[in-house]
Structure formats: C-alpha cells, structure tokens
Design a protein around this ligand. Structure first.
Ligand code: NAD
Length: 319
C-alpha cells in the first residue's frame, strides 16, 4: 500500500489536475461507469460531524472511501475544521492500494466542482463574482472560480464579517478588487458561490438577480441550509448526484417542502456529456447543488498516487 501524507499532497497536485479529474468522474457518473455508495454521515454533537463517502469508478479503475468530517472547534486548536483521509482499493481484488491525506484534496475537489459548474452554467458575460462564506474552503472556491472566468471584481458577505478581510487578501493576490457587501448587495453578482456551515438560509430569492448562476457548496449534511428553497423552485437545478442532493444537499429543503421535484434535478455530468443543454436563457437562474461525492475524492487521490509514483516519492507500506 502506498501512503501519501497530508504534508506531501500539495506538491503532487494542482487546481488544473483536480478540475480535469472531477470533470472526468462527473462524466463517468453520467455514463453509468461510476457510482457512489450511500453516504454515512452522523452528527456527534457540538456541531461535529463524522462519516464515510465511498464509491467505485469502473472507467477510472478505482474504488475506495473517504472517512472524515467537520469539527468546528478545530480552528481554535490551530487545525482546519475539515479532517479526512482517503483509502483506495483495487476494484478487482479488493486489496488496499493507497492511503492519502484528504484535507487539501477535499478543498481542491470541492472548488473544482464549483468551478466546473461556473464554467458550464454561468452566463458568458458574467463579470461580478459573489461569495457567501469566508472560511477555509472559501479561498479555494475563489481561486478556482478565477481560473475559469475573467472577473472584474469580487463581492462577498459572511455571517461573521471579521473573517472577510482574509478572503479579501486572496482576491488581492489574484489582482481582483474586493468589496464586503450586504445580502441585498449580492444582487450585483452574476455568479454567487455559497460555502458556509449555515443551519438556515441566508441568501433569499430577493438577494439574487435574474440570470445568476449559484454554486451552493456548503450544504453537505441533513439540517444545513444556505439558500431560500424558493430559489431552487425558481431555478434550473443541477447537482453532482441527485440522491445526495435530495437527502444531504441544498435541495433537501425544497424537495421536502414540495417546491421541487427530484426528477427536475440534473446531474452536472449530463451537461458535460451534452445530454443536457445547461443554461438556455440569459435570464435563467441556474443553481448547482454541490454535495460532494466520494468519486471526486477517489479521482483526486488517484491523481496524487500516480504523481507520487511518477516522481519516485511514494512510500510503500505492507499491511
Ligand atoms: P469553516 O469552518 O472554515 O468556515 C465556516 C463558514 O461558515 C464561515 O464562513 C462562517 O462564517 C460560516 N458560518 C458559520 N456559522 C454560520 C451560521 N450560523 N450562519 C451562516 N454562516 C455561518 O468551514 P469550511 O471548511 O470553509 O467549510 C464550509 C462548509 O462547506 C461546511 O459546511 C463544510 O461542511 C462544507 N463543505 C462542503 C463540501 C462539499 O463537497 N459540498 C466540501 C467541503 C466542505
């Protein structure tokens, strides 16, 4: 078994590789060559969550699991709140083949999914990027969005405003003007990324202009919520995987309230294969419900293992 510690991951993968790996696996899912197994994610109390996301990608010849969760007390201990590890197995024999640190990979694969949705679904003339959230993932989201579109400026709102200057520093690093706005101010955005651990909707329908693309990335567990269910009712809704979208994603609320039919939600992979046209009108609100699927984790972990092997940096452990 090859072991790639968290500390080595950054040197073995970049945002472009993560983007390509996630695009490939979303396509494989749409072609029924890859599937995610049911997610186990349990609340531990005190906002802590722990679980398992697993799946198999026949096209990519990989099977495995990401185990980890969200521990909101970590920041005060100098740790990031998300903690995880990814285990890969040979899909033919079941032999464990690799163990890879999952923290940076989670951020990269989540930002890649959001960026793919922006690339494919935002209007061609989108120039103002809105971000709701300013925690660990938000910086990765901003950097990934900057790779796929030319932004004139970034506007942002966060429940904890004191966290916004750190996100502003990322925008400055990218050479983008940055402004903290009220929720009403989000109406100026052409694309809005939401990436918070919020338990209730912050972004209401009145905060979003016609023609906006929303990438809702924070809701990955029952009970979390970032946007008004009325927005999902008004939008054309896309997701990474419908089964997760309606149970642990943002759509859990709109579907539960009877405002959205699960059958009306389209996997983003169908847009990648051309089976769905994506956006069809400039005034259409498109919304990507990014719940985070195991296959994203496996795809980026596999890319890291290949890079480690190619560079002669892999550490072999016999179990
Ligand atoms: P973080 O702890 O670093 O930041 C949390 C963010 O949520 C901050 O912006 C904070 O101000 C905001 N927030 C906290 N309490 C809030 C409240 N009551 N109302 C509104 N906002 C509140 O977390 P992170 O690592 O940046 O992750 C953000 C979210 O993204 C988490 O919910 C995490 O589980 C989720 N996530 C999703 C995926 C995916 O694939 N969809 C992947 C990774 C993380």
């Amino acid at each position: 078994m090859i072991v790639v510690p968290e500390s080595a991951v950054a040197g073995l993968i970049d945002a472009q590789t993560a983007f390509a790996a996630v695009e490939a696996v979303f396509t494989a899912m749409a072609q029924d060559e890859a599937r995610n197994f049911p997610v186990i994610r349990e609340a531990l109390g005190g906002g802590r969550q722990y679980g398992f996301k697993s799946g198999i990608d026949t096209a990519g010849q990989v099977m495995g699991v990401k185990s980890g969760g969200y521990f909101p007390g970590n920041a005060a201990r100098g740790l990031i709140n998300h903690q995880s590890v990814i285990l890969l197995f040979d899909p033919e024999t079941g032999r464990p083949t690799a163990m890879v640190g999952g923290n940076l990979l989670t951020a990269l694969r989540t930002a890649a999914a959001s960026a793919i949705s922006i690339d494919r679904l935002a209007r061609g003339d989108a120039r103002v990027l809105g971000i709701v959230g300013a925690g660990h993932q938000a910086a990765f989201q901003l950097r990934a969005a900057a790779r796929v579109r030319p932004w004139d400026r970034v506007i942002a709102w966060n429940y904890h405003p004191d966290m916004l200057p750190a996100l502003g520093a990322v925008a400055a690093d990218l050479g983008l003007p940055f402004e903290a706005v009220s929720l009403d101010g989000l109406r100026a955005a052409d694309v809005v990324i939401t990436i918070t651990s919020s338990p209730a909707a912050s972004v209401m329908a009145a905060h979003v202009s016609p023609g906006t693309h929303l990438a809702c990335m924070g809701t990955d567990t029952k009970g979390k919520q970032e946007v008004d269910p009325a927005l999902l009712a008004a939008a054309t809704v896309f997701t990474d995987e419908v089964a997760q979208s309606v149970t642990i994603g943002e759509a859990q609320h709109a579907v539960g309230l009877g405002l959205l039919d699960a059958g009306a939600i389209t996997p983003l992979g169908a847009v990648l294969t051309g089976a769905h046209p994506g956006r069809t009108r400039t005034d259409e609100i498109t919304l990507f419900d990014g719940t985070g699927v195991a296959l994203q984790d496996l795809a980026v972990a596999q890319a890291v293992v290949r890079a480690a092997q190619a560079a002669g940096l892999s550490t072999e452990v016999t179990l």
